[in-house]
Write a protein that binds this ligand. Sequence first.
Ligand SMILES: [Zn+2]
Ligand SMILES: [Zn+2]
Length: 342
Amino acid sequence: MQAAMIYGVKDLRVEEVAKPKIAQGEVLVRIKAATTCGTDLKIFQRGYVEGIIKLPTVFGHEWAGEVAGVSDGLSWPKVGMRIRAGNSAPCLRCHMCQKGSFNLCEDMIWLWGAYAEYVKVPARMVLVNMQEVPSHVTFEEAAITEPLACVLRGIERANVKLDDSVAIIGAGPIGLLHLLTVRKMGAGKIIMTDLVDERLQIARELGADETVNVQREDAVTTVKELTNEYGADVVIEAIGLPSTWEQALKMARKGGTVLEFGGCPPNTEIKISTELLHYGDVTVVGAFHATPPHFKKALSLIANGTIDVKPLITRRMPLGKIKDAFEILSTSKKDVKIAINP
Ligand SMILES: [Zn+2]
Ligand SMILES: [Zn+2]
């Protein structure tokens, strides 16, 4: 079968590799769509993501497809069923899982290899993180279940309430998914910041009330101005840089919540004012990944039309052109997510 292998910085090759063979409890899936993600782009641009992958490797982790093979004795799923799965499966047995922190499982199985014709789903993932995709949901929409699941968990931590003003730093795919979600949750004024006008345009089309281009305006000053000098009730950082993590803290109102969502480079730190936490009574939360219930919820929200992820897919390309897809994402201002069709 054809599969994309990443060897290093911008060294991405589509190669002929052996089609996976399934063992007890496993399922083979013919991938129908895989969507690009900020994490994949980081791997392409930097060559690695600390602690997650070793090169060379297959990659890509947002996907959906059709069941092509089921190991003996499994009663579900059936061959031909449309499904999505992954990209993680907690063990349910470790200390973290027993505490209910399934996203922090100490024995997590991660599944990579969405940019390929087939993927083998491990037995544990079949049990805890695979769902049937309803017939009216396209494979590319179903692939976006993964990032939406992570966003849903982050937003739970951010405690967004009706009519809350929300400032979102970064209008990339993750910032836009936060926008779509808080809009549906009844947020009040939503303000988005980014460096790129084209992305802010997309944010307005998807429901942002105000947009701030940080090349021209000071983000903190503008968010304060737009919130009667109070600051936003909830601030969401969706870029992953220590500087924007710190900026997020300065945008929140007293008593507000800051969700530091974007993953920063390894070994980085930020400064937090003790007065902000004490006198400002600000809550700062982090968020990592998602749990199986979040994946299930994300797929249902896509399927019932609550979160319309279609506008996030701005281009479709065949697997053979995957390197071009990542070159485009590295330079294009207009593309949000590209659906790869193997
Ligand atoms: Zn992703
Ligand atoms: Zn565990």
